[in-house]
Design a protein around this ligand. Sequence first.
Ligand code: NAI
Length: 332
Amino acid sequence: MQIAFFNTKSYDQTFFNESIYLKSHKITYFEVALNSQTARLAEGAEAVCVFVNDTVDRNTIQNLSVLGVKIIALRCAGFNNVDLKAAREYHIEVVRVPAYSPESVAEHAVALILTLNRKTHRAFNRVREGNFSIEHLTGFNLFNKTVGVVGTGLIGASFCKIMLGFGCKVLAYDIQKNENLINHGVQYTSLDELFRHSEIISLHCPLLPQTTHIIDTESINKMKSGVMIINTSRGGLIDTKAAIEGLKKGKIGYLGIDVYEQEANLFFKDHGETVIQDDVIARLISFPNVLLTGHLGFFTQEALEEIAHITLENLSDFENNKALSNRVALPE
Ligand code: NAI
């Protein structure tokens, strides 16, 4: 199958070209993101392969349909950037990689927690300058702390188990309870209770209309003073301006984010030589107790191998008229 691959980075090419699942597929790699204008590059392709920040809106889908594209293969788990209603109308299938390595993201969330807490990033810089002072680097023990986990799917479940290993009390909120986690000692509670009792809150639910700005001024007000908030899921879960207010008041003690509401134009690119126009992210970066990484939760060797494998298998299934086990259900 001819595949037009958008938003290509060198690591994508490495892992897709080396995959034993490449088989008869032919991939044309484009560095640009997919949007309504760049869609024309997919001419001659039956499939497009996209990532989290490609714009797969109605106009893009319409343009892809005109070119004869039959399937959109997301090489990621989230699909909030795809207009599913439009895909259905234009009879274009959408497949994704629902799980490739939940541990990669869960472990990154833990990395954010440990770095923010024990300030290893600041200690590293100090030591490089010959400064061995430990003033202002006080952390806290994770043991016996209460961690609130919003969304206990694959990533959330992996995260819960790690935090239980630290000796934390783990509270969880999800629209579906995971019995296995309950057996491990996780306690499900209401979102309100989770906000009220947690010292650390980690978000692992998808971005949906119901979860958009799940962290806003109202929910922040319910939280413990000095709470640590971690988001490795999707930027839109947090009302960033409300988080900034919470940080300024000291209500939020630490913020660790791998995703950002307006990340599409910023992330996965080097802006080191330009002036960043986004004042909100510029303010966020200025806080000593905010740690921001550029959507790299998924970025491990194991995850990249698995992403290439599953994406190519999804496309082989489509080509061979097999049932699409990773099909994103299109709205009726
Ligand atoms: P999953 O589908 O296994 O789990 C999502 C969980 O959220 C499910 O248990 C579901 O019941 C729950 N949920 C749905 N609606 C909810 C609501 N209104 N309130 C609370 N919980 C709700 O997904 P998985 O694999 O665990 O991924 C979670 C999210 O992580 C993805 O949606 C994606 O946005 C993000 N992600 C981030 C990556 C990164 O590199 N930073 C990489 C991969 C995923």
